[in-house]
Design a protein around this ligand. Structure first.
Ligand code: THU
Length: 138
């Protein structure tokens, strides 16, 4: 379950981890490098970068890499996700990533930044209202 707020220092630390992870982005096609850092309730941070492919549709976003690393390590309780890109406005998770994240943490705190230091903060449920979830499958 997401905490109500992170301190400014915690947010800055998560953005820094995302910026660092972005350096490993493999984006030879779009040249749009993205980094993500996912904070779990246990206090651990799982990072990710985008990994593109010559078969473009096989590309995976930074956010989903971070989630896959966390879940495969046995962690599914997410508090916040930072995403950083070199964009004119703070990076924003794509629709597939929003859906991927909502599975685990509808209230996830999103901390979106760019290399110019602009930051935008929001909740995942604001970014994916009326999300399809497991309730529909009952
Ligand atoms: N991408 C991400 O990794 N995360 C986002 O939030 C938006 C898009 C990647 C996918 C692709 O490698 C590149 O950015 C351009 O779409």
């Amino acid at each position: 379950m997401a905490e109500e707020h992170l301190t400014a220092a915690q947010q800055a630390g998560l953005l820094q981890a995302a910026e660092e992870a972005r350096k490993n982005a493999y984006a030879p096609y779009s040249h749009y490098q993205v980094g993500a850092a996912l904070l779990t309730a246990s206090g651990r941070i799982y990072t990710g970068c985008n990994i593109e492919n010559a078969s473009y549709g096989a590309t995976i976003c930074a956010e989903r890499v971070a989630v896959a690393k966390a879940v495969s390590a046995g962690e599914k309780d997410f508090v916040a996700l930072a995403v950083v890109a070199d964009s004119t406005q703070p990076g924003s998770p794509c629709g597939i990533c929003r859906q991927f994240l909502v599975e685990f943490a509808p209230q996830l705190l999103l901390i979106m930044g760019n290399l110019q230091g602009q930051v935008k903060v929001g909740r995942l449920d604001q970014y994916l209202p009326s999300a399809f979830n497991q309730e529909y499958l009952k």
